[in-house]
Design a protein around this ligand. Sequence first.
Ligand SMILES: N[C@@H](CCC[C@H](N)C(=O)O)C(=O)O
Length: 281
Amino acid sequence: MRFTKGHGTGNDFVLLPDLDGELELTPGFVAALCDRRRGIGGDGVIRVVRSAKHPEAAGYAGEAEWFMDYHNSDGSVAEMCGNGLRVFVRYLLSNGLATPGPAGLPVATRAGVLVTVVSDDTISARMTPARVYAGSTATIGALTVPGVAVDTGNPHLVCGLHDGVKLSALDLTRAPLHDAALFPAGVNVEFVETAEPVDGLDLHVRMRVHERGSGETESCGTGALAVGAVALRDAGLAAGSVAVDVRGGRLVVTHDTDGDWWLAGPAVLVADGEVDPAALV
Ligand SMILES: N[C@@H](CCC[C@H](N)C(=O)O)C(=O)O
C-alpha cells in the first residue's frame, strides 16, 4: 500500500491515496499505521479520495473534487483538521491531482467545503468561522483552568493561563478533564499564554494542545484558530491577525474585514513509501 508522510508545524500525518474509495479504513488499521514504534507513526491518517467516491462527501462533488477523510491516531474520525487540510493540498499539488483556480482550491471536509490558497511554502485555508459559545473549565491534576468553548468545525476548549502558571509546566501526557455534558463528543483542549509583540501582526500567543483522539501534538490548526479567535475577542478586535506559536512552529490566524477566518502556515511532505498492511499489528 502506497503512503506519503507529511506535516504542518509538526502535526504529522500518514496520507493514503485511495482515489476511488476502495480501501476499508478500519479504526484498528488507522491506529496501527499511526503507531510510532510498530507502524509509520502519525497524529492522524488522511485518506485522499474523490468526493464522488465517498458516501460522506458525495454531496460536495459538484463543489470540490477531493475529500479529506481525516482520522485521529486512535482510529476515531474528526470533522476537520486545519493542518491536515493544508498538508492534503500540498499532496494534491505535488501529485498533479489538482491545480488551484483564481479563487483558490476547494476541498471537501466533514465540516463542509473549505477553500485553500497556495503561496510558495505557505498554504492558507479559509476556515469554518470560529464560534465562541460557552464558558467551561479544564482540569489537570490539582490545577483547574477556566476556559471557553469554541467551535471551528470541530470542538475546542481554550484555556488562558494566569497566576504565574507556565505553559512549560503543564503535564499533558493525559487528557485534561472536561465537562462531558458540554462536549458529548469529546474536545480538543488548548492552553494559552500571551507572548511578546511580533512585527506585522496584531497579537502573539503561545499554546499547547491535547487533541481528542491523538494526545498532545506539536500543533493543531483548528486549535490555533480557536485560540486566535479568543485572543482577538479578549483584545476587543473585530478583525486582526494573531501569531500562534505551537511546539512545532508558528501558525497565523487572521480574521479579515470581510469576516472570513484564515489559517496560514507551512505544509511539508517528507517521504513517499510502501507499507505492508499484513505486517502491522
Ligand atoms: N490537528 C488537527 C485537528 C485534528 C482533529 C482533532 N483531533 C479532533 O478530533 O477534532 C488540526 O490541525 O486542526
